[in-house]
Design a binder for this molecule. Structure first.
Ligand SMILES: Nc1ncnc2c1ncn2[C@@H]1O[C@H](COP(=O)(O)OP(=O)(O)OP(=O)(O)O)[C@@H](O)[C@H]1O
Length: 325
């Protein structure tokens, strides 16, 4: 399939330069012994990521996130549709020089030390040795491995968190403009996740575009400028946190006791959590407080809040599966 640059793809909604764009990108895998079964993993996905953005791709297991990443990186061939990376079609190999990629489960030659693996990767990019000698310590510092003896230790003696960090350093060796991260927080403890977020934020400050998949929605909410949500290969939502979650104009209420059916008329998304009814209020808080008293229920808390990304994610997926059934 020939994926040519299409000028219609280059028409931005704003004047911001585009880092990555897909137009009706689709991927169908053939599986089974006779390759006679089809799995439609991406269905006409159209999206734009602007330069300098931190963009999060969300979705349940099997939603098609890795397939989209692999299609963009040329690891799998799209079945239909088009895409550009830094203005070039996917078929243009030269663009790979300016791209970094951290796979979900990076494979390393584990007899190499941290320093050696970075030297090896630098060699693949044909970076001059003098440059590599300066670049490696900078990267070890950026990913939080400079203080340890990581550079001298073989990778088979690395912890999961250290491997993830050296994978990140490896993805950045060529000082890429566009960085793809597949589940960068996976397997990290809370401190490791915090440090990975810091690393991503410092890349953002350097003006890099970051495109990443994650299941850790609280991290995504903290660091992403925009997110897209995939469900069964389809793009079902895309936007900034403000566009998707709104501004804080809803009251979140926590109530003890009371009749859930009556509560539901004012708090449609109410759910029972750890002994309390929790949800978002529709209407005036004063009226609600009066009705809670009439229900013989107890108001535990009420405060202005917008839904979390997790609540948005669950609601969107529920709605999508209702529409499908
Ligand atoms: N090489 C392949 N051959 C056949 N089917 C595949 C292949 N790779 C992925 N799939 C299928 O495509 C669908 C999307 O998979 P993908 O790995 O892209 O999802 P994902 O959103 O990244 O999931 P996870 O969060 O679990 O990594 C799944 O149904 C998966 O089984």
């Amino acid at each position: 399939m020939d994926i040519a640059i299409d000028t219609s793809l280059q028409t931005p909604e704003t004047d911001r330069p585009i880092a990555l764009q897909t137009y009706e990108l689709s991927k169908t895998y053939r599986t089974g012994f006779w390759l006679n079964q089809k799995v439609s993993s991406l269905k006409k996905v159209t999206l734009t990521v602007y330069e300098g953005e931190t963009f999060g791709l969300l979705g349940q297991n099997g939603a098609g996130k890795t397939t989209l990443l692999k299609a963009l990186l040329g690891i799998v061939r799209p079945t239909a549709g088009r895409a550009t990376l830094l203005g070039q079609p996917l078929s243009d190999r030269s663009v790979k020089q300016t791209i970094g990629y951290l796979p979900e489960n990076p494979y390393f030659y584990d007899y190499l030390t941290g320093w050696e693996i970075l030297e090896f990767t630098a060699g693949l990019f044909r970076l001059p040795r003098s440059h590599t000698r300066k670049r490696i310590p900078e990267l070890l510092d950026l990913v939080g491995l400079a203080q340890s003896d990581a550079k001298k230790k073989p990778l088979r003696r690395y912890s999961k968190g250290m491997l993830q960090r050296i994978g990140m350093a490896q993805a950045l060796i060529n000082d890429p403009e566009l960085v793809f991260l597949d589940e960068p927080m996976s397997g990290l403890d809370p401190l490791g996740r915090y440090q990975m977020r810091e690393t991503i934020q410092s890349l953002k400050q350097q003006g890099k575009t970051i495109f990443f998949n994650s299941h850790v929605l609280s991290d995504v909410e903290k660091i992403c400028d925009r997110v897209a949500l995939l469900a069964q290969g389809e793009l079902i939502a895309i936007g900034s946190m403000q566009e998707l979650l709104g501004v804080a104009e809803q009251y979140r209420v926590v109530v003890k006791g009371g009749n859930p059916d009556l509560l539901r008329s004012r708090v449609p998304d109410v759910e029972f959590q750890d002994g309390f009814w929790v949800g978002h209020l529709i209407g005036e808080p004063q009226d609600f407080m009066a009705s809670v008293r009439l229900m013989n229920a107890q108001l535990v808390s009420i405060h202005l809040a917008r839904p979390s990304l997790e609540e948005f994610f669950v609601n969107q997926l529920r709605q999508h599966s209702l529409e499908r059934s």
